[in-house]
Design a protein around this ligand. Structure first.
Ligand SMILES: Cc1cc2nc3c(=O)[nH]c(=O)nc-3n(C[C@H](O)[C@H](O)[C@H](O)COP(=O)(O)OP(=O)(O)OC[C@H]3O[C@@H](n4cnc5c(N)ncnc54)[C@H](O)[C@@H]3O)c2cc1C
Length: 559
């Protein structure tokens, strides 16, 4: 009998492999899960992806249990790109920025999914300092396919929003292997699509009907927080202001469960050239004032408002040489010296309990500095230790710590695993005075099982809590399924969402009914059925994932 690898090799121009080393690599992302694919495919181009999906659809129809899961850089924190079937990896061949163009609204880029963000940014900056400002903290590691399909956000989301705002068009391969482009359609163009007697036509008919007949329910379902990646973004498809219908907005954040993205047109904005940062150091006692401090800073419109805790800073100082060794010699030496005051604080036990970073961007250096200074004046009543960092060079070390926080934990927690399972919830900033003490009390109940670090987007109410756990102990693993629903009950009580940017994956899919209610979850299921009736795209993510999946596929070691 011909193996799956041989069958696919005979059809595709790209590479197909099932060697043990590759399968091991592709069985992991940065989550707490392991799922080993049967075969890994590196498609050459969109036509190759179409051939792959057509073949999988054919085999599935013949009764084979088979699926395709897209993977770009594989840095997902929730198991999104993991599969036991076929992994389609885009970074090897489909890694070209096809176009960057400046226009009256800033500009746009057309990119393939396998382009690393770090390479994408080099190209966009070269065109009049254009940028995709929704880049994630994993900016040095992640690729465009994941950024779009997770609907990623990051440090500048406070001012600029998430990736969903910038997605204009997405080229996709649908679940029958056909190709199309999802983009904004006016009423006439939508009607033209709806008469097509193809899968695409039936998707448009079904989605228009679903969105129209459940309009009120969908509008109410949209989480009332500034960022959300949970569920399907049904509320983003119809643009009431411009009277358009754009399924690209639904594909964004759908984790490759509805279609495979082969390229995307993304709007870009001109990056502000001047930045200044206000840094505030809080003691444990100051934490009671955190909500009021955040409220005092926000009216000054920071571009970013981020935070990290004492544990994160201590880890950064402890592993400074390892962190700096990834950089060029000159930059490493300059940054290393700039960390001396913080190193002193940590070594003498005087490290702050919590650090806030509010960065202001303006047209001129003077205006940016003035904004940071005004923000500092507004928090003067709280008597905090503060610093103003005049420019991006001065603030760089804080960004290094903030962006590296998760990576540091992953690499340097000996005998423990940096376990993302309550790593990305969002609550309204107004709820901090009630929410934070309740969360603290809840986490305190489990303190015998783990220590944790907190970093995050404090201005958006988006917290990254990363517990360090010994996953070799069954009683510790059990905590994950016991604590997560309690945290989410709390988050939901205060009007929040389970994930602001990291998305559902294996870890949060089973909580979608708890978050949205059974009625809205039924609409998600109908959406999946319209796009992918045979469930060949990334099964168990968004739809059909269970608590048993979490239990069964969880790591049982700390490596
Ligand atoms: C240190 C660190 C910091 C992080 N910080 C952030 C952060 O600030 N914000 C944030 O949003 N995330 C963050 N993440 C998580 C992750 O890096 C991002 O979500 C990133 O955008 C994922 O990109 P990727 O290329 O690695 O995607 P992958 O892990 O490869 O895939 C992510 C999801 O997208 C799907 N997908 C990938 N390519 C395609 C395609 N071509 N078609 C259809 N579906 C596709 C996959 O199936 C999967 O479900 C962080 C991760 C790490 C390790």
């Amino acid at each position: 009998m011909t193996s799956l690898k041989d069958t696919l090799s005979s059809l595709l121009r790209g590479d197909v492999t099932d060697d043990a080393k590759t399968l091991d690599t592709m069985s992991r992302d940065t989550s707490l899960f392991v799922r080993r694919p049967q075969v890994v495919v590196y498609p050459k181009d969109a036509a190759d992806v179409a051939v792959l999906v057509t073949e999988v659809a054919k085999l599935k129809a013949q009764g084979e249990n088979m699926s395709v899961t897209a993977r770009s850089a594989g840095t997902d924190m929730g198991g999104g790109p993991l599969t036991n079937s076929i992994a389609a990896v885009f970074t090897k061949y489909m890694n070209h920025v096809r176009e960057v163009t400046e226009d009256a609204g800033g500009g746009y880029a057309v990119t393939e999914p396998g382009v690393y963000y770090r390479d994408f940014e080099k190209e966009t900056l070269a065109h009049g300092r254009l940028m995709l400002e929704s880049y994630p903290a994993s900016r040095e590691l992640a690729a465009m396919g994941g950024i779009v399909n997770n609907n990623s956000g990051g440090e500048r989301t406070l001012e600029y929003g998430k990736t969903e705002k910038y997605v204009e068009e997405i080229d996709v391969v649908l679940s029958d292997g056909s190709q199309t482009t999802f983009k904004a359609l006016d009423a006439a163009a939508l009607e033209e699509k709806k008469v097509l007697q193809t899968l695409e036509g039936s998707i448009y008919r079904g989605m228009d009907e679903l969105l129209t007949s459940h309009a009120d329910e969908i509008a109410k379902a949209k989480p009332h927080v500034s960022k959300n990646s949970a569920g399907y973004a049904l509320w983003n498809v119809k643009d009431e202001e411009h009277h358009t219908f754009n399924l690209a907005k639904l594909i964004c954040g759908a984790q490759g469960t509805l279609a495979l993205m082969t390229s995307a047109k993304l709007r870009l904005v001109k990056d502000q050239a001047n930045r200044s940062m206000l840094v505030a150091f809080l003691s444990k006692e100051d934490m009671a004032n955190l909500p009021a401090i955040v409220h005092a800073v926000l009216p000054h419109n920071p571009e970013s408002f981020e935070s990290f805790d004492q544990h994160t800073l201590s880890l950064a100082i402890k592993f400074l040489p390892a962190m700096l060794s990834q950089m060029g010699l000159f930059r490493a030496a300059r940054l290393g010296l700039s960390f001396l005051p913080e190193a002193g604080m940590v070594l003498t036990g005087g490290a702050p309990y919590f650090i806030l970073m509010a960065e202001f961007s303006e047209d001129t250096h003077e205006a940016a500095l003035a904004a940071a200074t005004a923000a500092r004046a507004s928090i003067a009543p709280f008597n905090l230790k503060t610093r103003i960092l005049k420019d991006e060079r001065a603030s760089e070390k804080y960004w290094v710590v903030r962006r590296e926080s998760f990576a540091l934990l992953r690499k340097h927690s000996k005998g423990m695993y940096a376990t993302p399972f309550i790593d990305d919830f969002v609550v309204p900033v107004d709820s901090y005075p009630q929410f934070l003490p309740e969360l603290d009390a809840l986490l305190d109940e489990y303190k015998q099982y783990f220590v944790y670090t907190i970093a995050g987007h404090i201005g958006n109410g988006n917290f990254h809590i990363i517990p360090l756990m010994d996953l070799s102990r069954p009683e510790v693993r059990n905590v994950i399924l016991e604590l997560a629903p309690k945290v989410y009950d709390l988050v939901i009580k205060y009007g929040g969402t389970t994930t602001g940017e990291h998305n559902d994956g294996i870890i949060r899919t089973p909580y979608l009914p708890q978050l949205f209610g059974e009625g809205v979850y039924e609409l998600f299921k109908k959406t999946k059925e319209l796009f992918d009736p045979e469930n060949i795209f990334n099964p168990g993510k968004k739809i059909g994932g269970t608590f048993d999946d979490i239990k069964n596929d969880m790591l049982t070691t700390n490596t």
